[in-house]
Design a protein around this ligand. Structure first.
Ligand code: XMP
Length: 514
């Protein structure tokens, strides 16, 4: 299927992935490229529209990111956002200057509703502004289509040439009608039909995978997380038992998780594939005995995973393809698309491709954002509990047990965590908190239970609200809920006599404990 494509040209702003996600919410496929991408490459992709993102620079300075005038002469609709809007004006002969005051925050914007961009948008609408520079004069041929009290040009356009510029950020949720504006651009101005839907993605991916794989063999490391599970489901629908999934139970999973993964993907599950479960729990506990330093623990867990996987791969023999659950943010964040620096430091399965005997990598989810991966998962018949699972780190409970990991400590943290999750769900809060879990501190203290003195561990409860997991705030959980969790943990989990709630935000804390 030939996809309609909109290109998001990244000028280094912080919301660039968000722009792409919002475009996709209008059922239009888009990809992010750096502003350094040359014009021939852009033309070769045959985009239906181009969106220039915001960015931290001033477009009139010598070394600032820019683009040649040719981009605006291709006959392809262009929408500039914030820096992108200023750049469009600057390159086409308008004027951009430093304002006396920065316009920042939610701002009333008065729009000209006869503009295609503002069709069905209220005449006065709240938008998110964040800029120092402003457009003091639009380029020749442009008309002003929106303004605010402080900003004479909040939007401008040359409708004949399909060039649109907006000073605010339609991609952030604070811009109340922003999604409508982006919809108006990609569907109305660019004329995209809106064929990017997860049901058609699943269907066309199945075809593509079949064509690519032929009668070859595919190997996938299945962690039970959302991405590798959706990849497994998709590959299974496409090629059935030509797929082998290796699931390593490292003994650091949440309570009953290994069995849950097996119930879905194992022989009694709903998917046609070869499922290999490796029960490597003891092997991990042996390796981790006496190790307390967090980075060492992480390293051992990662290396041991590779070793176990390698052994299983050897048993299976040479395969044609190694499948991975890479998703679009991984691609962008590893510096392959967009302008963002390499910020991803967490890898579930680092270095896998080096040691398995395979010919090619296959990454069926490479084009999808997380919310699209989830939708595809539901399309493929995966249970909602799995599809909407909160993030779980690759090293698992290993980073939620401070200090040495032992089987006994794993049991304690698994049981406490299961109670915590159950009570949060009962309180109807599981969708409001982005990540929550119990961790085991390495602290033991004196308590009293019945008439007995105890000397037991303290469990820490963590719950955070976050958008990007780079920063986070502790979630506000009603005291009664916390109390209930505390009392259940102390009564039901042997070895615990104290429960703490972690109030720390990130920074300075991290979300995980190690
Ligand atoms: P931190 O603890 O760095 O975590 O604030 C941020 C987010 O990343 C997850 N995390 C990991 N995910 N492998 C992963 O796949 C890892 O090694 C890892 N360490 C942390 C963490 O759960 C949180 O969502």
């Amino acid at each position: 299927m030939k996809r309609e494509l909109v290109i998001v040209l990244d000028f280094g702003g912080q919301y660039n992935q968000l722009v792409a996600r919002r475009v996709r919410e209008s059922n239009v496929y888009c990809e992010i490229y750096s502003y350094r991408t040359d014009i021939e490459t852009i033309k070769s992709k045959n985009p239906k529209g181009i969106i220039l993102t915001g960015g931290p620079n001033s477009c009139y300075l010598e070394d600032s990111p820019t683009y040649s005038r040719e981009l605006f002469e291709l006959g392809i609709p262009v929408l500039g956002l914030c820096y992108g809007a200023q750049l469009m004006m600057h390159v086409l002969g308008g004027k951009v200057e430093r304002a006396a005051v920065r316009e920042y925050g939610k701002t009333d914007v008065m729009v000209d509703q006869s503009s295609k961009l503002f069709e069905n948008v209220s005449e006065k609408t709240v938008c998110w502004m964040s800029h120092f520079d402003y457009i003091s004069q639009v380029a020749p041929g442009f008309a002003i289509t929106a303004h605010t009290a402080d900003c004479p040009v909040a939007a401008a356009e040359n409708a004949d040439r399909n060039l649109y510029a907006i000073q605010f950020h339609p991609e952030v949720l604070h811009t109340q009608e922003g999604t409508k504006m982006l919809y108006n651009f990609v569907r109305g101005v660019c004329g995209c039909a809106g064929e990017w839907r997860m049901d058609s993605f699943v269907e066309s991916s199945i075809q593509e995978i079949r064509e690519k794989v032929g009668d070859g063999k595919v190997l996938l490391a299945l962690s039970g997380g959302v991405d590798s599970s959706v990849a497994a489901a998709l590959l299974s629908k496409a090629i059935g038992t030509q797929l082998t999934c290796v699931f390593v139970d490292h003994g650091l999973l949440r309570k009953d998780e290994g069995d849950e993964v097996e119930a879905i993907f194992g022989p009694r599950g709903n998917f046609d594939l070869n499922f290999v479960r490796v029960n490597a729990q003891q092997r991990y506990y042996d390796k981790l005995a006496g190790v307390t330093e967090p980075e060492n623990k992480r390293k051992i867990i990662g290396e041991e995973f590779i070793r176990v996987f390698e052994e299983e791969a050897k048993k299976i023999g040479a395969v044609d393809f190694l499948a991975q659950g890479t998703i679009y943010p991984d691609v962008v964040e590893s510096g392959l698309g967009g302008e963002s620096a390499v910020i991803k430091s967490h890898h579930n399965v680092g270095g896998l491709p080096d040691f398995v005997d395979f010919k090619e990598i296959i990454e069926p989810l490479r084009d999808l954002f997380k919310d699209e991966v989830r939708k595809a998962g539901l399309e493929l018949g995966l249970p909602a509990e799995l599809v909407f699972r909160q993030p779980f780190p690759g090293p698992g409970l290993g980073v939620r047990i401070i200090g040495e990991v032992t089987a006994e400590k794993v049991r304690i943290v698994q049981d406490a965590d299961a109670i915590y999750r159950e009570e949060i769900a009962k309180a109807g809060m599981d969708q409001d908190i982005n990540q929550y879990f119990a961790a085991l501190t390495n602290m033991r203290s004196v308590g009293v239970m019945g008439d007995e003195r105890t000397y037991d561990y303290a469990v820490a409860l963590r719950a955070v609200k976050t958008v990007d997991f780079m920063t986070a705030e502790a979630a506000e959980i009603p005291f009664e809920v916390l109390q209930k969790v505390m009392s259940r943990i102390i009564n039901e989990v042997k070895g615990v006599n104290r429960v703490f709630y972690d109030l720390t935000s990130k920074p300075p804390g991290t979300i995980e404990f190690e």
